[in-house]
Design a binder for this molecule. Sequence first.
Ligand code: MD6
Ligand code: FE
Length: 219
Amino acid sequence: MSLEFLSGLADLPSPIPGLPEGVRYYPGLIGRRRQEVLRVAVAEAVKTAPFYIPRMPRSGKSMSVQMTNMGPLGWLTDKEKGYRYEPRHPVTGAPWPPMPPLLLEMWDWLTAWPAPPEACLVNYYGPHAKMGAHQDRDEEAIDAPVLSVSLGDSARFRLGGLKRSDPSRHLLLHSGDVLILEGPSRMRFHGIERVLGGSSGLLPEGGRINLTLRRVTLA
Ligand code: MD6
Ligand code: FE
């Protein structure tokens, strides 16, 4: 798989032009067969690391997105301890399942970061789920890129600035799209406004999966 992947996609593609420095958006970078590989890998991972309902710090309010993780560390939130990374699933107590090799390859290929990603957050959006504007800021490695892969139904992604009140624009993320935030855009606010139900046939149950790869600790 990994050799096939490298030989199939050896040239670094050009991201779409016109976006701010540090925002790399590659529509349709992952073809249907590799999307299937990732769908199956997630289905395998959730057998031991089921999706759970994350809760906001302090309020304890449920998020509408369901989450799990792959890799040595996973991003979590709950009422008591808030946002953080942990090596174990909050419900089962088991270590997170391994990251699929294809994602490790993609990270190397697209970021060339000197250390591998440690966390792959798996977000599952049903037709009414959304994710409020946030910054990815719970990592020690705040200089490392964040790479996301979208699978299944399309979604309206809002891309803001470094302040919550800055002007924003939106990108329509479809199945197979890759989005990277890095450098001067690493701390841009962003969120998912809505999912366009029924826009993809990839996931038999419908909905949208987003895989977010991050380096957490300093290499
Ligand atoms: C999502 N994505 O697409 C949520 N974060 O469902 C993110 O929060 C995200 O796509 C950092 C970098 C890229 C992302
Ligand atoms: Fe994010």
